[in-house]
Design a binder for this molecule. Structure first.
Ligand code: THU
Length: 160
């Protein structure tokens, strides 16, 4: 049997095509790049989550002298939401970045580990997380659910 995985997503020319709420979320992600601790890569990533009560929470990458110990913005944020607001789901996450002395006009997308963590969070709450990706300016990608980013992701059901 032949199978195919595909998904639809949007590419907007700029943030003007987003709803007011999503523009606010993306602005929070851009601002969060300023809280990154990235002295080794000089690559400052910011993420912002919209919670089911409307509140915005931010996270950023936090690097370590022992490089693999560092953590991406997305997982900093997910772990922070999971510990501070365990009763709330996330409805959307915006991710932006600012490399030191370089432009940031193209979206970046989450690494494999963060995709797993996003999928875990979706499964935990049974709620889609809309993913909004953009540099500090330029086009914006909108992906309807984090599960789109991780085909055949491990969902843990076999552990039960
Ligand atoms: N990084 C993130 O925080 N999120 C991503 O989506 C990609 C990479 C961080 C990890 C590391 O601190 C730096 O960016 C360079 O890889």
């Amino acid at each position: 049997m032949h199978q195919k995985f595909e998904f639809e997503y949007e590419i907007l020319e700029d943030n003007g095509g987003l709803s007011n709420d999503d523009q606010e979320l993306l602005e929070a992600a851009k601002k969060a790049t300023k809280t990154a601790y990235a002295p080794y890569s000089n690559f400052h990533v910011g993420a912002a989550a919209r919670l089911s009560n409307g509140q915005i929470v931010i996270g950023s990458n936090q690097e370590s002298t022992s490089f693999p110990v560092g953590i991406c913005a997305e997982r900093t944020l997910l772990n922070s939401v999971g510990s501070q607001f365990p009763e709330l789901s996330i409805t959307a996450m915006a991710i932006s970045y600012q490399p030191l002395n370089k432009g940031s006009i193209e979206p970046i997308s989450p690494c494999g580990m963060c995709r797993q963590s996003l999928l875990d969070y979706e499964n935990r709450y049974g709620a889609h997380i809309k993913i909004i990706l953009s540099g500090m300016s330029g086009k914006v990608m909108v992906i309807p659910t984090a599960a789109n980013l991780l085909p055949f992701g491990f969902d843990g059901s076999i552990l039960k």
